[in-house]
Design a protein around this ligand. Sequence first.
Ligand code: NAD
Ligand code: MN
Length: 828
Amino acid sequence: MNIMEIFDTMEYGPAPEAANLGLAWIAEHQPFGLFINNKWVKPASKQYIESINPSTSKPLARVAAANSEDVDKAVKAARTAFESWGKTPGHVRARYMYAIARHIQKHARLLAVLESLDNGKTIRETRDIDIPLVARHFYYYAGWAQLMEQEMPGFAPVGVVGQIIPWNFPLLMLAWKIAPALAMGNTVVLKPARYTSLTALKFAEIMQEVGLPPGVVNIVTGEASQVGEALVRHPDVNKIAFTGSTDVGRSIRRATAGSGKKLSLELGGKSPFIVFDDADLDSVVEGVVDAIWFNQGQVCCAGSRLLMQENIAERLVAKLRVRMEHLRIGDSLDKGVDIGAIVSPGQLKEIQRLVNQGVEEGAQMWQPSWACPTEGYFFPPTLFTNVSPATTIAQVEIFGPVLVAMTFRTPEEAVALANNTRFGLAASVWSDNTNLALDIAPRIKAGSVWINCTNLFDASSGFGGYRESGFGREGGKEGLYEYAQPVWEARMKQEFHIAENSGNGAAASKSSADGRAMAAQQEAGEEEHKDDAGENDGMSAYRDALPAIDRTPKMFIGGKQARPDSGYSREVYDRQGRAIGQVGEGNRKDIRNAVEAAHAACGWASGAAHTRAQILYYIAENLSAREDEFARRIVQQTGVSHADAAREARASISRLFSYAAWADKYEGVVHRPPLRGAVLALPEPIDVIGMACPDEFPLLGFISLVAPAIAMGNTIVVIPSPQSPLSATDCYQVLETSDVPAGVVNIVTGHRDTLSQVLADHDDVDSMWYFGPLEGCRRVELASAGNMKRTWVSYGHTRDWLDTVQGEGQEFLRESTQVKNIWIPYGE
Ligand code: NAD
Ligand code: MN
């Protein structure tokens, strides 16, 4: 088109960004090597893969195809570097990270061009969104490196982390992963997505420029089956951070089960975009454009389900079609286009397949009248109406520019429809009624909720999923805990490691806490005598002779004592092997009933935190009235001295007080990202938590898990220690007399691993805690992949439950909550 024609038609002319500097940089470097120890290394296989420009479908660059040998080399480099980087003062790390941020800004244009060439996303987005956010992340986390010593006392880095990222925001996903990892003192092996390695390789060059110590960041490119899997399975990697599809996330969960590797997963979504009838429809239309046509819809949190209040649906759809007609699609380097190319032919085919399926399923498809460019991988913006909520296109992630629209009548229906998916990544709520919007936001199961806005991101505000959208958060302070661990835990692992390598693994698995209990056990006989002699209730002489009144505790389900479904009981023994009682033998049915009861009690979460605090105090009060009885029960089951047992009972009361205190004080924060507005970061309950209690400290172990979970509003199904269940079953009366609503705490006794398996398999359990043998931990992690529930397991280690550093506090609160970020912009 020449200028005169443009004048005539008043059409947009092309406004291309120059590609020459990007292409020159590629030409200078290719074929690209692997970045290990700050050097470019040839891949062991001597194989290369081609990266294409999706706007033209022409080859762009050749990058190394690594294999497991290269991964091993990179992990070794990261391990060696960790020896010193992990001890480098926060201020020094902050200086490096500040330098990285500065260099990203210096190379901003080149990075934006490379990203657009390699991915097909528009230059407007890479230039104005991706790259500035990348720099922002390094600035923000440089700050946390600086503050780590003061703000995270008692925390240490995790070690060598393996990071695997997708292709949709190549450099931004790298920044989300690398910045917090370096801030906390970890070293990194990162695998970019197969189609989009170039900006990661430019980033590697920046690492050389800023003189980051060799081995701190290593970039290994190649195929998932070669590089990704090798990284996931590598025995010397301490953590895997993954962003990608839910299916691959599930396979990584399974592959790492029982390995002790820390894991965070940012997975897919099918996020609702909810429009109430009082919303400003013109803003809504622009919102929809940003929700589903931003990055060609290849956005994990894309607002891909448009939920419209029925009475405005027709008007909104009409407006949307007009807007869609005016969207411009084309070469990613054209500054005037709204929509770029789809990343790969495979992805394009998949979008087409799902769209065809939508048509077959009876939904009505609409696309603008104009045609897409024929070279390159383009797909037009697409709108489905008349979609029924159970169909494929309403349920699966299409990951393309395809919007499915549905209608609702009432706010209740809107919430139900919004939550009618296995995912829970994000949501947008549009209404001019603040009361309504702020009432809806907490009821949607999603990690981010945008009110009258969409797809906003900032380093200060955590991002991550509920349900099958994964677990763990990136961004914000909460993102730091994915890359840090308590010092005591790091030390324990190290001792265990040393002992294991010197062939003394069994001894090492006993922590000092357990050792103390065993030593106490040997003294127990004597002390008990002393205690008895001190009492004078006139009965002591007969105590041994009196037959005990039989009391066989049942299960505790839905606030009632329930007989075990199996009709069987199991014997409970003391440490000398003498029978001291019986408890019910729980089975699958009991667990199912308990989960159902826990779900039915979900009102617990929406009640006032003040009420939960009162109830926890009340439990403590009632436990304290029977403190001595509880102490005796501990002695009977474990053989510890009465003094130790009394200490455990008192510690349990104190612990209840702690969580009564926390119940109305773990409230979240307000973020101030660079926009006019605020972000409320609210810790919400996870919902239903299953928990298997440790054998050590039968009362304190039980209380330490139950109290934080219910304080934060969860409802729970608890399996008491199978060895010493009676302390837990003795709590029934305490719970009954403390105003704990029915179904909030459910207790099922029996075989720990059998019952845990049922809980871990259960689709209506949202998190599973397991404190027991390593094999049981492995099975729980394995089974959890079914609905991608969160897990918290002990890997066979014991902790000192008496120690408040190990046995209570923020770690427990974090495990009891998930953070929801509610974005509230303001101003006209
Ligand atoms: P993907 O799961 O196919 O691949 C992601 C990464 O994992 C790539 O680097 C890939 O090479 C690697 N990988 C694939 N199989 C692997 C395996 N078995 N072991 C180890 N690594 C393996 O996803 P994708 O197609 O690249 O990206 C699209 C998906 O990512 C979408 O589902 C999207 O929702 C999700 N995503 C999520 C977020 C988030 O933050 N939640 C962000 C971006 C993308
Ligand atoms: Mn649930």
